[in-house]
Design a protein around this ligand. Structure first.
Ligand code: ATP
Ligand code: MG
Length: 358
């Protein structure tokens, strides 16, 4: 398969970096990225992009496993996700942004790996189980149940050492490590056993109080949301469900509004003070109004989030003006990714003794 590309960034730069360890991570182009992505994974990617040879996968094949009836979603969101990457500071000179469906080696590896897992093992995956309950009735496509195998192929196609992800991905990394161990045992040491990397906020809850903010769950604050949208979403957020009136003592632990304060409000002292007041409950100095009501906590959260998002929005708007830039970055990144995947594929074929013609 020949994929035409115009590399604006030479492949050579990447191949020179071979002594560096590699990162593989990615996102499904099912929507623009949200603040959960930022704290869960993007932040670590930005931090490590100098130290590691970084590949970031736009996982459109995986996204199809639950969106095969509406593939237009992928086309619409590919550009949005890349704009988010660039806006938070991922540098296309340092990271290759790779379109998954344009690296057929990943599909090839998936087929080989499918022999190394059992159906029972796949059905035990807790994240997949939760997603099946959220997305499907009884009729689950085989492709969806098997996506962790495809994810093992994503990681190993780049022979990655490190995978910065949220903790919903733990079962996928575990599955990958098992497949790699099995492969290496059967065919000889070929693939790197990857490690995951979590940030301190490994799973940001949704604005609806659900355990995870997700693009497909309608509970997200997006990096591209404007100020008014952020204000509106924050004001509608769930807090402590048991606190019916502002004067009652409230729960801070697991309360999404405070989880977000912890993640995004740089004024630690004020956050600590608010937590104390919220826990305490009661009335304020006027003897009537709550000492600290939900509305005040939310107002301060919206301000903190808007301050955090403002530079990201500005940069995003600037980048969005150039129609061809994102496309060029994707083409060049995909070419670099494919080159690396080809190298892995050669090693895999040799190990499996299916390199018939040398
Ligand atoms: P979808 O609902 O389509 O599955 P998503 O919001 O779960 O979208 P993904 O593209 O599946 O996003 O995930 C990309 C990366 O972001 C993964 O590493 C995942 O662990 C991380 N991530 C996603 N949501 C969160 C979250 N709420 N908190 C922390 N990390 C997250
Ligand atoms: Mg997801």
């Amino acid at each position: 398969m020949n994929i035409p590309f115009i590399p604006s960034i030479p492949v050579k730069i990447f191949l020179m970096n071979q002594e560096k360890k590699r990162i593989l991570t990615g996102d499904r182009p099912t929507g623009p990225l949200h603040i959960g992505h930022y704290v869960g994974s993007l932040q670590n990617r930005v931090k490590l992009q100098d130290e590691y040879e970084t590949y970031i996968l736009l996982a459109d094949v995986q996204a199809l496993t639950d969106n095969f009836e509406r593939p237009e979603i992928l086309r619409a969101n590919m550009r949005e996700v890349v704009l988010d990457y660039l806006a938070v500071g991922l540098d296309p000179q340092k990271c290759a942004f790779v379109v998954q469906s344009l690296v057929p080696e990943i599909a090839e590896l998936t087929v080989y790996y499918l022999n190394l897992v059992t159906l029972v093992r796949l059905q035990r995956n807790p994240t997949v189980k939760t997603e099946i309950a959220q997305k499907f009735g009884g009729e689950v496509p085989a492709g969806f149940v098997c996506y962790p195998v495809s994810q093992a192929a994503d990681i190993t196609a780049f022979n990655a050492h490190l995978v910065p992800v949220g903790d919903d991905q733990d079962p996928m990394i575990e599955q990958t490590r098992e497949i790699v161990a099995r492969f290496n045992r059967l065919y000889g040491e070929t693939l790197v056993v990857p490690d995951k990397l979590h940030s301190p906020v490994a799973r940001l809850p949704g604005t609806d109080g659900g355990a995870k903010m997700g693009k497909s769950l309608d509970n997200a604050i997006y990096l591209r949301d404007d100020e008014a949208t952020v204000n509106k979403k924050v004001m509608a957020m769930f807090t402590d469900p048991n606190r019916l009136r502002g004067i009652e003592p409230g729960n801070v632990e697991g309360n999404p509004v405070f989880v977000y304060h912890d993640a995004f409000n740089p004024d630690r002292e004020r956050v600590a003070e608010m937590k104390e007041m919220y826990r305490q409950g009661g009335v304020g100095p006027d003897g009537k109004k709550p000492l600290l009501g939900d509305v005040q906590v939310k107002r301060e959260l919206a301000a903190a989030l808007n301050a955090f998002l403002e530079p990201i929005r500005t940069r995003r708007e600037e980048l969005a003006r150039d129609e061809s830039f994102v496309r060029d970055v994707l083409r060049a990144g995909t070419a670099r990714g494919r080159e690396r995947a080809r190298q892995t594929m050669d090693a895999v074929r040799t190990a499996m003794k299916i390199d018939y013609f040398g």
